[in-house]
Design a protein around this ligand. Structure first.
Ligand code: FPP
Length: 256
């Protein structure tokens, strides 16, 4: 059932079927999503919060398929922030099992559909079962050339930037770097997102209008799109709406 949801696309095929009405040039290269509202979705149904996260995992699958179909090249999903450790232990434990659970079911199809799995986050604090599941997926999909599915896991933008600045300071102290050579590129190559372009479009679900320590450097010129819909209810239709709206925006990057 799950497998049939994937449109099988061999590695040899490079052109993707585009959604009707969205010209390829209007499809953002990199979409980042703050997947919010799992808890409230569950509460509204009288369910435990974990049910919301479990349902959110199914949305991850659907939106990955749709992004792949539309020809999005990078999809970054905020799955766990450096601040999420403050949640009750049972919820943290549950969230830490989700990548493993997701990949157990989906990895074969991700491989078959040429998806490349990546992870952006502070690896050192992750439980070994979480990290090894993700690392296995990264290794097994490393040769794929389709959609890059990038999980932001134990990710915090301030920590990421502080570590970059510490690296810069150490290199200056040891004479490896001249302060005059610090520019956007130097900073960007020290961030956890160094292998990815900046997001073109940020989506946040659940009606909250904030960035929550997510990709603060990288989102400098991204288009922002918010919806009241909770993540478990976020559908392909909503995703297409966001992309269509993106196509109508004029990106000026501070110019005229
Ligand atoms: C925020 O909603 C959501 C999270 C902190 C977790 C997001 C995780 C998933 C959607 C599943 C991830 C799946 C994989 C495969 C890694 P919230 O719980 O804060 O919602 P609330 O604000 O309504 O309480």
């Amino acid at each position: 059932m799950i497998k049939r949801l994937w449109a099988n696309r061999s590695k040899a095929k490079t052109s993707l079927p585009q959604s009707e009405g969205i010209p390829p040039e209007n499809v953002p290269q990199h979409v980042a999503i703050i997947m919010d509202g799992n808890g409230r979705w569950a509460k509204r149904r009288g369910l435990p919060r974990m049910a919301g996260h479990h349902s959110g995992m199914k949305t991850v699958k659907r939106i990955t398929i749709e992004a792949n179909r539309l020809g999005v090249k990078y999809l970054t999903l905020y799955a766990f922030s450096t601040e999420n450790w403050k949640r009750p232990k049972a919820e943290v434990d549950f969230l830490m099992k989700l990548p493993q659970q997701f990949l157990e079911i989906e990895l074969d199809d991700l491989i078959a559909n040429n998806v490349q799995v990546k992870m952006m986050g502070h690896r050192e604090d992750l439980p070994s079962h979480t990290l090894s599941a993700v690392e296995e997926a990264i290794t097994k999909t490393a040769g794929n050339t389709g959609l890059v599915l990038n999980f932001a896991l134990n990710y915090g933008s301030r920590k990421e930037m502080l570590e970059a600045v510490q690296g810069i300071a150490a290199d200056i102290k040891d004479g490896r770097l001249d302060p005059e050579d610090i520019d956007d590129q130097e900073m960007a190559r020290r961030l956890l997102s160094k292998d990815l372009p900046d997001p073109d479009l940020l989506i946040r679900t659940s009606g909250e209008l904030r960035l929550s320590n997510f990709m603060l450097w990288q989102l400098a010129y991204s288009e922002l799109w918010f919806t009241d819909v909770y993540w478990p209810e976020f559908t392909e239709k909503h995703f297409n709406e966001a992309i269509q709206e993106y196509g109508r925006r004029a990106r000026r990057y501070g110019g005229v």
